[in-house]
Design a protein around this ligand. Structure first.
Ligand code: PEP
Ligand code: MG
Length: 326
């Protein structure tokens, strides 16, 4: 499709002293891809696939999913020059705050602590997981899908990650024996539970990348439900415990050989860009509207000053002290 806006596509940006940071878009539907390209997204850091499953009476089949994922890859491949853009697709992340009628999820008193994210994909909805992986591995084999990456939500144990990776292998074997073209994409894990921050090194040894979901990570680190107005005082990702969890994740992820991104809301706040660069993030993924401001903020960062800022923030014991540093 022809873009109606003048594209403001800038090639990848770097800090004032030359450290490249990838700035990607969070997408909720394929139609958001083109405006994201126009806003200068280097790729997609989080494609939430829930939209395909919501507001209907049955799950989408493999071909429908293939079309949706392929469309996003094509839009980016057509809109960007240079290297194959990376398109990170997250496997179905429902349960908790994201119910789906036809899945018959058991009502849980504490949905956020129950069957959601990868837990559902590995247990009662393994069929949906398999279908989604088949569609994704097929897209990865196409020209436009060369930069496809797949990410698993709400992983909190190495056992879960290994089960998910085994499922990828199984699907690849099936496609192979059916003679269907496929490729194994880059694979990653969302770090959005306290457990995952402690296991980030073990995850990083098993996958290509980690992406920090600060929306859920803040909820779980602070033990305060993400959609409760009464809990807003706890929901600030600048809370010292959350910042320390992010720092721990980036360090452990890099030690394990993975790149580390962030796709929670925090990543899209240009006032926090210097801190996030100082904490060592390689990629920031956000709602497309904030991309131009974050790209500008990155270009103004001096990494030595950013490192010093991160060090002072990590030494702060209260939210007020963190805010003073900024
Ligand atoms: C997050 O938890 O930070 C995240 C990016 O995922 P979602 O908001 O979709 O749960
Ligand atoms: Mg989340």
């Amino acid at each position: 499709a022809e873009s109606t806006q003048t594209p403001v596509v800038e090639e990848s940006v770097a800090t004032a002293d030359g450290r490249e940071i990838e700035v990607a878009a969070n997408l909720g539907t394929p139609v958001e891809a083109e405006p994201a390209v126009d806003r200068g997204a280097d790729g997609v850091g989080l494609f939430r696939t829930e939209f395909l499953f919501q507001d209907r009476s049955a799950a989408p089949d493999e071909d429908e999913q293939y079309d949706a994922y392929h469309e996003v890859c094509e839009t980016f491949a057509a809109g960007l020059t240079g290297e194959e853009p990376r398109i990170v697709v997250r496997t179905l992340d429902v349960g908790g705050d994201k119910p789906i009628d036809y899945l018959d999820l058991d009502p849980e008193e504490n949905g956020f602590l129950g069957a959601r994210g990868i837990r559902l994909s590995l247990e009662e909805h393994a069929d949906l997981f398999e279908t989604q992986l088949r569609a994704l591995l097929r897209v990865a084999a196409t020209d436009a899908g060369a930069g496809l990456a797949v990410m698993f939500p709400l992983v909190s144990t190495v056992e879960e990650l290994e089960a998910a990776l085994e499922q990828v292998e199984q699907v690849a074997d099936d496609l192979e024996s059916e003679g269907v073209e496929y490729a194994i994409p880059e694979l990653g894990v969302m770090v959005e539970t306290p457990a995952s921050t402690y296991l980030a090194d073990a995850f990083a040894e098993r996958v290509d990348f980690l992406s920090i979901g600060t929306n859920d990570l803040t909820q779980y680190i602070q033990s305060a439900q993400r959609d409760l107005d009464r809990m807003t005082d706890y929901q600030d990702p600048l809370a010292p415990a959350v910042v320390r969890a992010i720092d721990r994740t980036v360090t452990a992820g890099h030690a394990g050989g993975a790149w580390v991104g962030m796709c929670g809301e925090m990543a899209g706040d240009p006032e926090l860009t210097e801190l996030l660069v100082g904490l060592g993030l390689d990629e920031l993924s956000m709602s497309a509207v904030t991309i131009p401001d974050v790209k500008t903020a990155i270009q103004e960062v001096d990494t030595e000053a950013a490192d010093a800022l991160a060090e002072s923030v990590l030494a702060a014991d209260t939210l007020a002290e963190v805010q003073d540093c900024l």
